[in-house]
Design a protein around this ligand. Structure first.
Ligand code: 13P
Length: 241
């Protein structure tokens, strides 16, 4: 039985004071969360230490928003697993469409990040997804196949989360039809060839669509941007039916 993973990606939001105030509101709302799911939040790096000291790691886990493939060295603005593990970080988002788009992250770099995260004891959350133009040209399956094959090479599927995030659905309020998202998630599972791999959907997940999304057979969780910034709406998502 796959445990679902409900993750919030705070992106470039929340300072330490806001993080503390969020957790005061959020923790009581998720303390009775059913045992069939895990809740994860990826705060910005500067808030991770505050998050870790005010949170409860029994039912709320921490992710980083990036991770480098070297232990240490001359890599300005990057972060290594050992710097994160010290703060109780358990997951690392890699390959999000924003660094792919703004910083030209390649599948090869994403792969190196994912492999090193795993060998350092972290679980990578590897994001894949097509643009609107690619979808309209009927290329979604081909793009996802390439991202999965190159981005996940030599990774261990038993310590992996893949997030299917169609780029056109991120921050736009346009959710992918749950049944369409489910088809792509099934394709990803087939490509990986490991039935127990955790596959999330991301892109305009909100309290009003979470129950339908989570009812899909191949969707094992969600990666939430905007709606994770509000403790009430993210707690409703975490408490999906
Ligand atoms: P939204 O939920 O704001 O569409 O963002 C999705 C996302 O990019 C999560 O990583």
């Amino acid at each position: 039985m796959r445990k679902s993973v409900i993750a919030g990606n705070w992106k470039m939001h929340m300072n330490c004071a806001e993080t503390k105030s969020y957790l005061c509101d959020f923790l009581p709302l998720i303390k009775d969360i059913p045992n069939d799911r895990k809740i994860v939040i990826a705060p910005p790096f500067t808030a991770i230490s505050t998050f870790s000291s005010f949170s409860n790691s029994d039912y709320l886990h921490i992710a980083s928003q990036n991770i480098h493939w070297e232990k240490q060295g001359a890599f300005t603005a990057e972060i290594s697993p050992r710097m994160l593990i010290e703060h109780n970080v358990k997951y690392a988002i890699v390959g999000h469409s924003e660094p792919r788009k703004y910083f030209s992250e390649s599948d090869e770099q994403i792969n190196r990040r994912a492999v090193f995260a795993q060998s350092s004891g972290l679980t990578p959350i590897v994001c894949v997804g097509e643009t609107l133009e690619q979808r309209e040209r009927g290329e979604a399956d081909r793009v996802i196949t390439r991202q999965v094959e190159q981005g996940l090479e030599n990774t261990d599927p038993s310590n992996l989360i893949v997030a299917y995030e169609p780029i056109w659905a991120i921050g736009t309020g346009k959710t992918c039809e749950a049944s369409d998202a489910n088809k792509i998630c099934a394709l990803i599972r087939k490509l990986i060839g490991f039935n127990d791999v955790i596959i999330q959907y991301g892109g305009s997940v909100k309290p009003n669509n979470i129950d339908e999304i989570m009812s899909m057979s191949d969707i094992d969780g969600v990666l939430v941007g905007g709606a994770s910034l509000d403790p009430i709406s993210f707690s409703r998502i975490a408490n999906y039916k």
